[in-house]
Design a protein around this ligand. Structure first.
Ligand code: HEM
Length: 399
């Protein structure tokens, strides 16, 4: 098999192909997308920190000057929302936006949320156990991070069911060469989500609550530190990034444990291993398999010169299995001590929500281990078609 992100078989089992790439072609050109694939941990890690690359090039050049076509007109509402968030901008705008929200996500701030996260996780896990099982993904993995991030931002409970579909539709645009249909769906979702938040933020500006949207609406109101578009872009980003990957780490993580029953038994016997187990599950089957960067100046990677104007694709899933960094990398080891996985990224865009994700994952796995100590897989799960965001359709279990 070859690197083929559109092939369901590759999506289900990418790790042998990654090994081939690391061994024989660690920097290779991928014709169908015109990108250079980067397979080794050392290169991925270094390039994430390299300022000669960017998540965008629009801070240094126009589309034309960079030799790229501007996006089609119909995508404008999508990029207006997405490019206003910190993930798609570079310094100095990135620095300003990240600083405005980073206080809400410090380890200490997040630690204070733990009791609330634990309560939600316990209720969800006990509910699943009382029903004798069900779809772990829909009944535990999704509602936990959605509830937590919606509560932080102050999205009313009655509207929370909208977040998952909007996020999923927006994420469609991040897959490689999305179909026109998928693009239109993403544009529609981004503009609906943007409109919804614009209205909510205006309401909160007039009647503030004790939540992040109110706090940001206040900042936007005060002067020049945050425009309304940036406020909307930031909230969309926080709500989407704040649950999408966590849902899939939970689903992929349990599927990893079911495929490695000795490790699941080890964790059941010693829940003290939860912190290392969470890191290992993040490493072993990360839901974010690839992140892209634009080359802003010619660079050399592993003896290959990659010219300005090209896009590179950093293979996180491959970096996480690199034997140069992880002894016996294909082995799932819930007690793995030294685990510099790349699943939260590195450099200036390092995941802002990593402390929150860690709390949510530890509490969610912990609650399920406790409430459903004999939980079993009911049927073999199926992967969703996406590769860049790689998760399961569902995860049926019996308790
Ligand atoms: C296990 C779950 C999660 C994973 C694996 C994950 C992974 C990542 C990665 C890899 C990046 C960097 C992308 C890049 O460099 O191109 C990132 C950025 C980000 N993540 Fe997460 N994330 C998770 C959960 C969260 C949560 C719970 C939040 C909560 C708000 C969050 C908010 C963000 C934000 C705001 C950024 C952009 C940071 C910046 O551009 O400076 N993430 N995440």
């Amino acid at each position: 098999m070859q690197f083929d992100p559109w092939n369901p078989e590759f999506v289900a089992h990418p790790y042998d192909v990654y090994r081939e790439l690391r061994d024989n072609a660690p920097v290779s050109f991928f014709e169908p997308t015109g990108q250079w694939l980067i397979a080794r941990h050392a290169d991925v890690n270094a390039l994430l920190r390299d300022r000669r690359l960017g998540r965008s090039y629009l801070h240094v050049a126009s589309h034309e000057a960079f030799g790229r076509e501007p996006e089609p007109e119909f995508q404008e509402p999508f990029w207006r929302v997405i490019r206003a968030g910190m993930l798609d901008v570079e310094p100095p705008v990135h620095t300003r936006l990240r600083r405005l929200v980073s206080k809400a996500f410090t380890p200490r701030m997040v630690e204070s949320l733990r009791p609330r996260v634990r309560k939600i996780a316990t209720e969800l896990a006990e509910g699943l156990a009382e029903r004798g099982g069900g779809d772990l993904l829909a009944e535990v993995a999704e509602p936990l991070p959605v509830t937590v991030i919606a509560e932080m931002l102050g999205v009313p409970e009655a509207d929370r069911h909208l977040l998952r579909p909007w996020s999923a539709d927006i994420c469609g645009m991040y897959e490689l060469n999305p179909s026109l249909d998928v693009q239109h769906t993403a544009v529609r979702a981004a503009s609906e989500f943007g409109d919804y938040l614009r209205e909510l933020a205006r309401a909160r500006r007039d009647q503030p609550g004790d939540d992040l949207i109110s706090a940001l609406a206040q900042v936007a109101d005060e002067g020049d530190r945050l425009t309304e578009d940036e406020l909307i872009g930031t909230c969309v980003l926080l709500l989407n990034a704040g649950h999408e990957a966590t849902v899939n780490v939970t689903g992929n993580g349990w599927w990893s444990l079911f495929r490695n029953p000795a490790e699941l038994d080890r964790l059941r016997a010693d829940p003290g291993l939860l912190p290392t187990a969470v890191e290992e599950l993040l490493r072993w089957d990360t839901p974010l398999q690839m992140f892209e960067r634009w080359v802003l100046e010619d660079i050399e990677v592993g003896g290959v010169t990659i010219p300005k104007g090209v896009e590179i694709a950093l293979l996180f899933g491959s970096a996480n299995r690199d034997p140069e960094v992880f002894p016996d990398p294909d082995r799932l080891d819930v007690g793995r001590a030294d685990n510099p996985h790349i699943s939260f990224g590195a450099g200036i865009h390092f995941c802002l929500g990593a402390p929150l994700a860690r709390v949510e994952l530890a509490e969610s796995f912990g609650a399920l281990l406790k409430a459903a100590p004999a939980m079993e897989l009911a049927e073999e799960p199926v992967w969703k078609p996406g590769y860049i965001i790689r998760g399961l359709e569902s995860l049926k279990v019996t308790v």
